[in-house]
Design a protein around this ligand. Sequence first.
Ligand code: MG
Length: 497
Amino acid sequence: MVFENPLVKEILEKYRVLWAIEHAMSLMSWDSETYMPREGYRDRAVARAELSLLQQQLLLRPEFVELVEKADKYEDLNDYERGVVRVLKRSIRIARALPPWLVAERAKVTQEAMVVWREARVRNDFDLFKPYLEKIFDLSRKTADFLGWDKHPYDALLDLYEEGLKTEDVDRILGVLKTNLKQIIDGVLSKGMYPREHPLEKIPYETGKMEAVNKKILEILNYPIGVRSRLDTSAHPFTIDMGINDVRITTRYEGVDFKRTMFSVIHEFGHALYQLQIDPALSYTPIGGGVSLGVHEGQSRFWENIIGRSREFVEFVYPILRENLDFIKDYTPSDIYYYFNTVKPSFIRVDADEVTYNMHILLRTELEKLAITGEIKVSDLPEFWNDYMEKLLGIRPRTYGEGVLQDIHWSMGSVGYFPTYTLGNMVAASMRYAMEKEIKLRERVASGEFETIQNWQKDRIHKYGATYPPKELLRKAIGVDYEPEHLIRYLAEKYLK
Ligand code: MG
């Protein structure tokens, strides 16, 4: 038995209702993004707000909090039991720290800000969004102060997305990446082996045919479609789970440049796999999900970049592409490989290649840190963004949409979220080297033995859910936590050799 301590068992009994609300809210989110009629958002917003409130109240029930505090004093809890206590203590701490007025204010401001941000981006009007962004950074600063911090207010915000992550960790990682990536980017561009663009980026496809390609790839990757999972379409691709037996991904079909939908599917598959491979004994508990955004993103980037963009994988999917897309006959597997791996300094983060991607994160992180402390005024952000972009990638945005207004995150109040993308890229690269050594990763991909790779992920990372804190889990699984060395080595080996 995974859970034996009577106190922890009682906690889990009482936790089930919280799990059930989470289950319902996830299903509501999925529906909002896929099939809900447009005006449905009005009632959905009310329902979500009420359920979140109920969730908070249930979490902070005095008898529940007391049980968790009591269990925390037990010395002989096993790892899973300790995990339950750790995760709940953290949720309780966060819920208690934030006063209801702040939570309500954040909800109100961000709801309006998301609408205004969309319009400001379309109209290329930063001033329209500026008052909201000022309010959002102000509320983020207040959030940090209520949560408490030691060295930097940004610490408190980072921790919301990645348990225990500190500003000094992020500074160290990004500092190392900055110098090394600059050299790698210059090297790739001057060598010219990897193209900046590719003719296939302009070639249209039929949605139905591309859907068939995506489904075939998912089948090969053992995605249990229709049994424990689904693939649907939405404006922005995402993964969501209703529990271990119902994990859903989405993609979008833009009708041109087929790698975009294909890689979004492989990326979200990586997220879904994590959820699908969690030990079923952890169902309905606070540790029955992925441990953090960084570790989660590591799984998705691993499948998208390390596997999906490798030569071995291209050989493997080529017949599927050839069979379903007429225009592929004009291209060799090697052409497809270079199409999958174009490298070019570009403005939009979500379209960035794996070499330049982390520069986009560096920029946002630097900016968030300065805006949170008030060292830089919100009105100066656009200029600061453009100057920094020029310094990092040698290009200067011409519109706000290409610069400061491009991402949805700030309008949602997500400050401190961006660094988790780079954590994910590092985890993916570190996993690659660990697997290469232990199971000869590249040979496994070449022969399509994806199950071997997935079992490795399950045994080392996935099955534990949130049992261990992120860094501890990573050290156990791959020997290091968040270290940039593997990512740098991977990029240098792939793009410069
Ligand atoms: Mg992701």
